[in-house]
Design a protein around this ligand. Sequence first.
Ligand SMILES: [Mn+2]
Length: 313
Amino acid sequence: MGPSAPPGLPPELADLPWELPYSFLGLDEVGGAFESSAGVILPVPYESTTSWGSGTRRGPRAIIESSRHVELHDQEFDCEPGSVVGVHTLPSLELTRAGPEPAMKELGRAYGRVADACGDRFLVMLGGEHSISSPAVLAQATRHEERLTVLQMDAHADLRGEFEGTRDSHASAMTRVLERADVCAVGVRGVSQEEIDVSRASSGSTLIWADDMWEDDTWMDRALDALGPKVYLTFDVDYFDPSLVPSTGTPEPGGGDWYRTLRFLKRVFAERDVIAADVVELAPTPGLHAPDFLVAKLVYKIISYRFQRRLTE
Ligand SMILES: [Mn+2]
């Protein structure tokens, strides 16, 4: 059988020009086998409380679809990180529609079981709206003795007590997390006075303003100083300038660019133990592929940086 022949196919059809498998990077049963993969993708197309633009439930599919067209070769590492480390794509988790609270409970339990099954593998959850991050962080927090730091790449602080009647909103995602972990938010440029007050009153909260990211790179040192040894990375794609990623619910002008962001992430992964990650809030725009592709490549870079030592050996 050819390397990308769909599983279960009659052998006499194996040599037909089948498309790449529907999986992250289009890896086949061999390159993306769970057993041998160091990276695992968990799609969670959950959307319930998005306040303005919607469509994040289509995010995971757009990221995976785009990732099939990303070049496996990475010139930074001069190899194919995806082939070297292996990336397995799980099926999408379909959470209950009975409301935000039962859905987040269900996700917390499911995520915990996935994390257990993954063991040392690096788990990357794809959203979906940002509220899915807190059950994942809380599940990871119970699995590590040291207090985690959440590195939150985001235009927003998400520190509201509750938003539109629910504490399980994307806008209060980090309020719940702060009870169990420290949070360093990078790229922030759209916050309420209430959120600034919450952050200032909490020793575990650090805000790195997008406004401070342009003169020089000293913000990278301040962010790294705020990170403990174990880090959970949550990446809300509205962190990026909307000229790069307009496909998101609450786009804010300013924000991260591509190379500066990669430089920072590479340092974070080199200098801290990043135990898991999520990438959320992509709301694909029909006919506009560049943002989907950027986010797919970002996820690939995140996985590559996680294993940068292995790739440069
Ligand atoms: Mn945001």
